[in-house]
Ligand binder design. Structure first.
Ligand code: DLL
Length: 434
């Protein structure tokens, strides 16, 4: 089933006409109501009337995380505070948080995109959603909540944490859909196994929507097997709306962007110039219809490519590839570029290890060194006959063959890498402090 036939199956021609009409109104609105954008556009010598085609979007300024921090907390507001109903913020490890304020119109957009997402996985009013994304300033909990209400599903707003209770309630209430970060989904699966709960026999889960952090296809397979579900990828970011900007349909073949509401561009992150469809680059998003904190050309730092061909599911919306990483999480190890997600791809294919790992980068004698701590599974751990040093060497060899990096691999005991109920921190780059 498709939640919104009109927009999700719109012809490209009509979609572009719709996007252009929204873009013109948006630019007019921010130019007149947000001094930050007026100043930027004046500096660039561009007026709202210069936007006559979709390609003219390139005349407009980019917005970055720094711009949002500099205008903290409400400097990008395009309406009065009396119209704001909800505020969310991304934690940000450094500096001030990024704050986004929602009007009723924006909350409607948010619930609409999450309703479309849940419908893609066959979730409707007969379903029970265990929502284990954190509730609070983070957009995960409330975003799923708003959309679940819209489709009429039953919501269990359990938020993150207390994993034993998560498993018990999932069993007792008969949840059919689980929503949380992919790393937390694996933790829940592990806990269920320890509690003697068999997802095949004891749970009614059909699917889950996992996002907010990078995860590999191999990790998807692991979650699907361990929880006996279909695991869908859901993407979003606070600056734009939260979860629901793009998500996978039942074919799990790239994520549909809700492009009648968020206009996607893919650019070369170094030059800022557009790249052709199918070529990897940085995703840039413009909120076409938001009224609280409308954003022009937000530099997401997320790397992906776009495909505008229609999908087998009948939807015609552009799709983005699952994220390859972020321009700012790329590690440069002795001149070799490597993303944590590539390391994960290699690790999860190796028998005897779990997709639980930490990447520690340091510099000694002016040389980058990278250590990978990876957890053994119970059977490798208990197999005393196994030569662990040989396994470590084998993993290091695989990483070298696949990624051309020299690593020190350390196998650690099952469960020794801390689990979280939200986004998991996997990279510790000590060079940053030097
Ligand atoms: O993580 C919103 C969200 C909540 C998305 C729940 C999906 C599910 P932020 O905290 O602002 O918002 O972080 C946004 O997280 O720019 C990506 O780098 C990363 N991210 C989000 N979804 C995915 C995903 C939420 N499916 C940042 N795959 C984004 C990989 C993701 N990375």
């Amino acid at each position: 089933m498709i939640w919104n036939e009109k927009y999700e199956t719109m012809s490209r021609e009509n979609m572009q006409a719709h996007q252009l009409s929204c873009l013109k109104k948006l630019v007019d609105n921010v130019y007149n109501k947000v001094p930050f954008y007026k100043k930027r556009m004046d500096e660039m010598g561009v007026k709202p009337s210069d936007i006559q085609t979709l390609a003219d979007i390139r005349k407009l300024p980019f917005t970055t995380k720094y711009d949002m921090r500099d205008t903290y907390p409400f400097g990008l507001l395009a309406c009065g505070m009396d119209e704001i109903l909800e505020v969310h913020a991304s934690s940000g490890t450094t500096g001030k948080p990024v704050v986004v304020a929602y009007t009723q119109n924006d909350l409607d957009i948010w619930s609409e995109v999450v309703a479309r997402t849940l419908t893609m996985g066959g979730i409707g009013k007969d379903d029970i959603i265990q929502n284990a994304y954190g509730y609070g300033l983070f957009t995960g909990g409330f975003g799923i909540h708003h959309g679940a209400k819209k489709v009429g599903a039953t919501i269990v707003p359990i938020s993150g944490g207390n994993t034993t209770r998560q498993v018990n309630l999932m069993k007792d209430f008969g949840a059919t859909c689980l929503t949380c970060t992919p790393s937390y989904a694996l933790y829940i699966a592990e806990t269920a196994r320890e509690m003697g709960v068999d997802p095949k026999k004891d749970l009614k889960l059909k699917c889950g929507y996992f996002g907010a952090e990078p995860w590999s296809l191999a990790m998807r397979k692991d979650i699907e097997e361990k929880l006996n579900i279909k695991a869908y990828d859901i993407f979003g970011l606070t600056e734009i709306i939260g979860p629901g900007v793009a998500a996978e349909c039942e074919y799990q073949n790239m994520m549909h962007v809700q492009e009648d509401l968020f206009y996607p561009e893919i650019i070369n992150p170094e030059t800022g110039e557009p790249v052709p469809d199918g070529e990897k680059g940085e995703l840039v998003l413009t909120t076409l219809t938001k009224t609280g904190t409308p954003i022009l050309r937000y530099r997401t730092r997320d790397l992906t490519y776009i495909d505008r061909t229609p999908c087998k599911c009948g939807r015609t919306t552009a799709r983005i590839h699952r994220l390859f990483g972020r321009t700012d999480d790329m590690l440069i190890i002795r001149g070799v570029n490597v993303f944590p997600s590539q390391i994960e791809e290699v690790l999860v294919k190796i028998e005897g290890v779990e997709p639980q790992y930490q990447i520690i980068v340091d510099r000694k004698d002016n040389l980058d060194i990278i250590e990978i701590k990876v957890e053994m599974n119970e059977s490798l751990f208990s197999d005393q006959m196994k030569n662990l040093a040989a396994t470590e060497k084998y993993i290091a060899g695989e990483l070298h063959n696949m990624l051309n990096i020299h690593t020190k691999v350390t196998l650690v005991e099952p469960k020794s890498i801390p689990r979280g109920d939200g986004k998991t921190k996997r990279v510790f780059d000590k060079r940053v402090l030097q």
